[in-house]
Design a protein around this ligand. Structure first.
Ligand SMILES: [Zn+2]
Length: 150
């Protein structure tokens, strides 16, 4: 499958046009011990912002608390050093959600959820086993150095 992208466009407060690109990576080439192996995968790529007249900014961060800019507006997130107002953040998030509509993404989320349930089940069984020791992490029935009292 080919990688797919979604774009969001807006202008900075000073009028420079910004094109934000989000990418869903569905195929990648890995260096496999001297051989390049192309494999299917499903993961979000880096969020990139191409700003007219400025270096490309990379990496999306959503802030827990907003930042008040001296000019009066509020910054809710950033792509690299490019601050995003709530309006622009909404545009970027909608591009990301557009990618998350892809069937490969939903299938991966279903698989992650299924794995999480299976892990929970195995951990519960392990924790309820009478010989399992939480101190050393094995089935020592309490006969280990972690339980040794001098
Ligand atoms: Zn033990």
């Amino acid at each position: 499958m080919k990688n797919i992208t979604a774009k969001a466009e807006f202008k900075t407060s000073k009028g420079a046009s910004v094109v934000v690109t989000a990418e869903l990576i569905l195929k990648e080439t890995l260096y496999a011990d001297g051989d390049n192996a192309t494999v299917d995968c499903c993961k979000m790529g880096l969020i990139k912002a191409n700003i007219d007249g400025f270096p490309q900014q990379v990496g999306f961060t959503e802030f827990a608390d907003t930042i008040k800019h001296p000019d009066g507006w509020t910054i809710h997130a950033a792509i690299g050093k490019l601050g995003l107002t709530l309006e622009n953040l909404t545009k970027v998030k909608s591009a990301i959600s557009e990618l998350k509509q892809h069937p490969a993404w939903s299938a991966k989320q279903t698989k992650i959820e299924k794995n999480r349930r299976e892990i929970d089940k195995m951990e519960t069984a392990r924790n309820n086993h009478p010989g399992y020791c939480h101190k050393c992490g094995s089935y020592c029935y309490g006969d280990c150095e972690a339980n040794f009292v001098p």
